[in-house]
Design a protein around this ligand. Structure first.
Ligand code: 13P
Ligand code: SF4
Length: 302
């Protein structure tokens, strides 16, 4: 393990490759990254980096987002088959059809979407900025929020606005069960419950805090509490425990493991750096339109 880590760090430096990882990555992958963050911070990190080559340790829409925001630079994925089933549940054709039926509507697409869907959307969002973005949209317009119905319900409640939704959800977060959380609360009554908004609305009702992966990390760091029931993918334990080694973390469900995120290994990272593979490209006509929706998100979120 020490040898492969050393080789990755040396080759990365030699080739000026900027490695960006998501909080759901394996601990050892997070530890060799130049930047670790939530999906929004990853997009900004790619856009703001000066490196010619950006390697994205995350699922495909994260690498695509970097490629859309960094034209002219090379974006690599260590495992292009690592995908997000929720992102793949919606197609550009479905949005175009909706737009024909609702010509005055605004399409807000979660960053967990393919590039072609972003290209037919008006603005993107992530769980860290969705409410802020919706609050800035014209109040008289109909909004279609895609594809996560749970995040949409949470945002609609927060901003007090009706949103049209698409029937889809994350296969990792949606199954988190209120009974599991209630049981854990009986065993750890002092624990705070922190959940990602991709969980069901009934689960969110039981939470002390609902937020993105970065929001959950920040909450634990700032909190005086010592025990936390965590309702998001288990990879978040690593950055939390690095920052707060004395805190006690309890996973809300043993199934909170995203196999796509975990399919990226140190061996694949090393191979990607050595072979400069796999290059992620987005066709120019899609890239240009998708960039407008992503840049609109960045301008409304900042
Ligand atoms: P974050 O934006 O909170 O990092 O979430 C991304 C994701 O895929 C959650 O399942
Ligand atoms: Fe997609 Fe869910 Fe995995 Fe996040 S945790 S990448 S939403 S499948």
């Amino acid at each position: 393990m020490k040898d492969i880590i050393q080789e990755i760090l040396e080759k990365k430096k030699l080739n000026d490759i900027y490695l960006i990882a998501h909080y759901y990555q394996r601990a050892e992958v997070q530890d060799v990254a130049d930047f670790v963050g939530d999906s929004y911070a990853m997009a900004l990190a790619a856009r703001n980096s000066r490196s010619e080559i950006i390697l994205v340790a995350g699922v495909d829409f994260m690498a695509e987002t970097a490629a859309i925001l960094c034209p002219g630079r090379t974006v690599l994925s260590p495992e292009p088959s690592a995908t997000c089933p929720m992102a793949n549940s919606i197609t550009a054709e479905q949005i175009v059809r909706y737009k024909e039926e609702h010509p005055d509507s605004i399409i807000v697409s979660y960053v967990n979407t393919p590039a072609a869907v972003k290209a037919v959307s008006d603005v993107c969002c992530t769980s860290s900025n969705a409410d802020r973005i919706i609050r800035q949209l014209p109040p008289d317009k109909e909004i279609l929020f895609i594809p996560d119905q749970n995040l949409a319900a949470n945002v609609a409640k927060k901003v007090g606005r009706n949103l049209d939704v698409f029937p889809s959800c994350c296969p990792i977060h949606d199954p988190v069960d209120i009974e599991d959380i209630k049981e854990l609360k009986k065993r750890f009554p002092q624990a705070q419950v922190l959940v990602h908004p991709e969980c069901k609305p009934a689960v969110l009702e039981l939470a002390d805090y609902v937020g993105s992966t970065a929001g959950i990390l920040d909450y634990v760091i700032k909190s005086k509490a010592m025990d936390f029931i965590i309702g998001t993918e288990c990879g978040i334990f690593h950055p939390i425990l690095k920052a707060c080694p004395d805190k006690n973390l309890i996973l809300a469900s043993e199934n909170l493991i995203c196999p796509n995120m975990k399919s990226i290994t140190l061996e694949k990272i090393l191979n990607s750096i050595t072979e400069k593979q796999t290059v992620i490209t987005v066709p120019a006509e899609i890239r240009e339109k998708a960039a407008l929706a992503l840049e609109k998100m960045i301008s409304l979120a900042s």
